[in-house]
Design a protein around this ligand. Structure first.
Ligand SMILES: Cc1cc2nc3c(=O)[nH]c(=O)nc-3n(C[C@H](O)[C@H](O)[C@H](O)COP(=O)(O)OP(=O)(O)OC[C@H]3O[C@@H](n4cnc5c(N)ncnc54)[C@H](O)[C@@H]3O)c2cc1C
Length: 406
């Protein structure tokens, strides 16, 4: 029976890049993939346009993975965003930088990226076994035995790169957690990340589509402030969305409270400005006064309605209690989280293989020699903007680099 130098379980970007760079070192490599083709998630990435990475410097990258960015330092320095772009371009697909530094193929087609990668794998003679779901794995006499329902594969080294649990239709259903536990690894409880947020008593269904630029979002649990984040917020038919919510969602739990500042100034500042204006020109309407702030008119109208305040009421006639209610709604609007968007719609998974048990300089298990992890399976999730695919590719390449060949 053939013994591969490296068996890769899961053909997402992490597994594909590990395979390409291992094969370049003349290692024999097999990818075992449960779906009928590899790279299903690459096809849906960036709505089918594939936001493959970001133009930011490594230091910028390290801050895009919540509290876990430090773990990626070696991987990202070893295989930088520029290395990824250069690699793809060297295979004939030009890349371009679009809004906020996101990098996409010029053709804006994920299929072009995936086809290029499959062509490269074939050129490097990587064996790809599709429709092959790995059920179990163990290490026996220094050889890894990887079992599907019909075959057993043998390898000197094993990479588990089965992704997280989000978008299960693409193949990532959390199998890798179970496989890793077979080797004694611990799992930080997986939960949806990069997802939308449902709140109790959501009142803005009719304002769907209205968005707010770079607003402050504060996260509270049991009355204590946990974190603060700035980003764009979108009101949808059913919930809160937009990059500011989606990128921050890795920290949210049911029952948490979000305070969103829709008006861009703190309550005490607006309060002072309102009182000052009222003293100078008490006949000015509240609507006119607030038009000086960058808040969508439809949202303001809705707030007036909710609070039962007449929009043409004069500043001088606005009661103190209404003033406080209004300013609070605009500068510290409270939302209590009822649930997060589930794994079917989340773009990433928070949690995964505990980083304490993985060597960040090699991606090798600290428990089992020759066992490696890469990609979203690890307890790392990045912001939107190309940070997840880059992390998957960089950790995959680091695996290939770390395996010693003799
Ligand atoms: C809708 C959507 C859009 C996204 N857009 C972007 C974007 O534009 N930019 C970005 O950076 N990130 C994006 N992401 C996130 C990014 O796609 C993932 O973080 C990335 O694909 C993770 O790579 P991976 O190789 O770790 O895992 P995956 O890509 O999930 O690949 C894991 C592979 O393992 C296989 N597998 C699982 N279990 C088994 C098993 N038991 N046996 C054999 N094979 C198995 C799966 O079938 C799959 O092919 C997006 C995600 C989603 C859901």
């Amino acid at each position: 029976m053939k013994i591969y130098d490296l068996i890769v379980v899961g053909g997402g970007p992490a597994g594909i890049f590990a395979s390409i760079y291992a094969a370049k070192k003349n290692m024999s490599v097999a990818i075992i993939e449960k779906k009928n083709n590899i790279g299903k998630k690459i096809l849906v990435a960036g709505s089918g346009k594939c936001n493959i990475t970001h133009e930011g410097e490594i230091n910028y990258f390290l801050n895009r993975y919540g509290d876990h960015g430090k773990f990626l330092k070696t991987a990202l320095y070893n295989y930088k965003p520029k290395d990824l772009v250069d690699f793809i371009e060297s295979k004939g697909l030009k890349m371009q930088v679009l809004e906020s530094g996101k990098i996409f193929p010029e053709t804006m087609k994920s299929t072009d990226v995936l086809n290029l990668l499959i062509k490269e794998l074939k050129k490097l003679k990587v064996d790809i076994f599709t429709n092959s779901k790995v059920e179990s794995a163990k290490k026996e006499d220094e050889v890894f035995k990887v079992k599907t329902d019909s075959e057993i594969f043998s390898g000197k080294n094993l990479l588990i790169s089965t992704g997280g649990k989000s978008y299960p239709a693409t193949g990532s259903e959390g199998d890798g957690y179970r496989l890793s536990q077979m080797f004694g690894h611990s799992i930080e409880a997986p939960k949806p990340a990069l997802t939308t947020v449902y709140v109790h008593d959501y009142l803005y269904a009719d304002l769907s589509g209205i968005s707010f630029k770079n607003v402050k979002i504060e996260l509270y649990r049991d009355g204590k402030k946990l974190k603060e984040h700035h980003g764009d917020v979108l009101l949808t038919h059913t919930n809160l969305s937009g990059p500011g919510i989606i990128d921050f969602s890795r920290y949210f739990s049911k029952g948490d409270t979000l305070y969103i500042n829709f008006i861009g100034k703190e309550s005490d500042v607006i309060s002072e400005e309102l009182i000052e204006s009222s003293e100078k020109n008490g006949k000015q309407s509240i609507k006119k006064f607030l038009s000086g702030y960058n808040v969508p008119e439809r949202f303001l109208k809705k707030i007036f309605k909710i609070l039962d305040i007449k929009e043409d009421i004069k500043l001088g006639e606005l009661s103190k209690s209404d003033r406080i209610l209004l300013i609070n709604r605009l500068s510290r609007h409270e939302f209590v989280i009822s649930r997060l968007g589930n794994f079917d719609i989340a773009m990433a998974t928070a949690g995964g293989i505990s980083l304490k048990e993985v060597n960040q300089k090699t991606m090798e298990s600290k428990l089992v020699k020759g066992l490696y992890f890469a990609g979203e399976l690890l307890d790392i999730d990045g912001d939107t903007g190309g940070f997840n695919i880059q992390a998957a590719c960089s950790t995959g390449v680091l695996v290939a680099k770390s395996i010693k060949t003799n």
